[in-house]
Write a protein that binds this ligand. Structure first.
Ligand code: DHB
Length: 393
C-alpha cells in the first residue's frame, strides 16, 4: 500500500491534518490504535481559540460547533471572595468558543468518513522505518490490523499519536532535547447535570487550592478542582466535592455555584513538556506527541491545531511548488507558538494553584498578581491576548 502522507493517530491533530491535506488534493492514510467510539467519547478540555474556530469554519467543519458551541466574550478570575472579569473581546477583538474536544473529534471523523478517507481504527504493533534523510528507500509504516500485518509506504510520516505514542520514541535519540516540569498536583474533573452557575468561565484561586467552573451546554456543566494526583476519584463523595468547590469558589456577596447530579468523575495529572526537534528526516511530530501543557488555559488542542496549520502549509509548498524550506523550518516555526503557550499555561498554573512550597509570602504574591492583571489595562490585555491566542509570536 502507498500514500503521500502516513499519519499515526486519529486525535485532533491527525484527523485535522488528513482533512486539510485532502482539501488541497494531498492523499493520506490515518492509523489509530483505539476504536471509533473510544476516541469520540474521551472527555477532554473544551475551549477553542478564535484561530482554531476560524480554521475549522474555513475547512467546512464548523456547522455543529456554530450551532452547539457557546461563544464567550470574557471570563472571570475569583480570588479573595470576589470575582473580576477579563473582557476578552473588548481587550483583543477576539473571543473563544466552549465546545468539547470530543465533539470536534466527532465532526472530524464524520468529515473524513464522508470523504471516503483511509482511516483505520484498532491498529496495533505500529513501527516507523526508513524516514531518515539520505536513505534510498521511502518511509514505511508497519502495523497490524484485523489479524493481518501491513506495510504502508509514504513520502512523509506524521506522528500525531500523543505523548504515549510510538512516533516520538522512534525519533533518533542523539539530537533530542526534552524539557519537562511535573506539577505535584492534579485536577479532579466532574460533569454535572445543572444549569450554568455563571454566564462565563470562572478560574478561582483560594488558599485551599485552584478551582474552575466551566460549561458544556445549558444543562451540563464541567467543573474542576486541584487535588492530589495520586488521589482516587472514588474517595470523593458528592457531598465532599460540593463542600470543596463551595469553599474555593463562592464569593463574599452570597453568590454560590449551582449544584446538580454528578455523573462523571476523573483525575488528570499535570505536566509541561516539550520535545525537540519536532522532525527528523521525513518524520514530523504534531500536537501532544511533541509537547504537553498543563490544562490551565486549555491550550492543548489549540496547539495541536497550530502545528497542523504550519505543517499543512509546508506540505502544500512541497507538493505544489516543489520547495522544501517550509518543511525544513517546521520545528522552528511551530516551536514559537508552542513555547508561548508553554509559558502562558505554566504562568496561569503558578498564579492560581496552591503550590507545594507556597509560603504565606508566595500566597500574597499570587493575590498581588491577580489584583494586577484585573486592574491594569496593559496586564489584562496581555492575559487576554494569550487566552484567545491572538498574541504575537
Ligand atoms: C476547560 C478546561 C480547561 O483547561 C480550561 O482552562 C477551561 C475550560 C473545560 O474543560 O471546559
Amino acid at each position: 500500500m502507498r500514500t503521500q502522507v502516513g499519519i499515526v493517530g486519529a486525535g485532533p491533530a491527525g484527523l485535522l491534518l488528513s482533512h486539510l491535506l485532502h482539501l488541497r488534493g494531498i492523499e493520506s492514510v490515518v492509523l489509530e490504535a483505539r476504536n471509533r467510539s473510544d476516541i469520540e467519547s474521551t472527555i477532554r478540555a473544551g475551549v477553542l481559540e478564535q484561530g482554531t474556530m476560524d480554521l475549522l469554519n474555513e475547512a467546512g467543519l464548523g456547522a455543529r460547533m456554530q450551532a452547539e458551541g457557546a461563544v464567550h466574550h470574557g471570563f472571570e478570575l475569583a480570588f479573595e471572595g470576589q470575582r473580576r472579569r477579563i473582557a476578552l473581546t473588548e481587550l483583543t477583538g477576539h473571543s473563544i468558543t466552549v465546545y468539547a474536544q470530543h465533539e470536534v473529534i466527532k465532526d472530524l471523523v464524520a468529515a473524513r468518513v464522508a470523504a471516503d478517507a483511509a482511516l483505520k481504527f484498532g491498529v496495533s504493533d505500529v513501527s516507523l522505518h526508513d524516514f531518515e534523510s539520505g536513505g534510498t528507500s521511502r518511509p514505511r509504516i508497519r502495523y497490524a490490523h484485523e489479524g493481518d500485518r501491513h506495510e504502508l509506504e509514504c513520502d512523509f510520516i506524521v506522528g500525531c499519536d500523543g505523548s504515549q505514542g510510538v512516533a516520538r520514541g522512534s525519533m533518533p535519540q542523539a539530537q533530542r532535547h526534552d524539557y519537562q516540569r511535573i506539577y505535584p498536583f492534579g485536577w479532579f474533573g466532574i460533569l454535572v447535570e445543572a444549569p450554568p452557575s455563571s454566564n462565563e468561565l470562572i478560574y478561582a484561586r483560594h488558599d485551599r487550592g485552584f478551582a474552575l467552573i466551566s460549561t458544556r451546554s445549558p444543562t451540563v456543566q464541567r467543573m474542576y478542582f486541584q487535588c492530589d494526583p495520586k488521589d482516587s476519584a472514588d474517595a470523593w463523595s458528592d457531598d465532599r466535592i460540593w463542600a470543596e468547590l463551595h469553599a474555593r469558589v463562592d464569593t463574599h456577596d452570597g453568590w454560590q455555584i449551582t449544584e446538580g447530579r454528578i455523573f462523571q468523575k476523573n483525575i488528570v495529572g499535570m505536566r509541561s513538556f516539550v520535545s525537540t526537534p519536532m522532525q527528523s528526516g521525513k518524520l514530523f511530530l504534531a500536537g501532544d506527541a511533541a509537547h504537553i501543557v498543563p490544562p490551565t488555559g486549555a491550550k492543548g488542542m489549540n496547539l495541536a491545531v497550530s502545528d497542523v496549520r504550519v505543517l499543512t502549509a509546508a506540505l502544500r509548498a512541497f507538493y505544489e511548488e516543489g520547495t522544501n524550506d517550509q518543511l525544513d523550518r517546521y520545528t522552528e516555526t511551530a516551536l514559537k507558538r508552542v513555547w508561548r503557550a508553554e509559558h502562558f499555561s505554566w504562568w496561569m498554573t503558578r498564579m492560581l494553584h496552591k503550590l507545594d512550597d507556597t509560603s504565606p509570602f508566595e500566597q500574597r504574591l499570587q493575590v498581588a498578581e491577580l489584583e494586577h492583571v484585573t486592574t491594569s489595562h496593559a496586564a489584562a490585555t496581555a492575559l487576554a491576548e494569550n487566552y484567545v491566542g491572538s498574541v504575537a509570536v
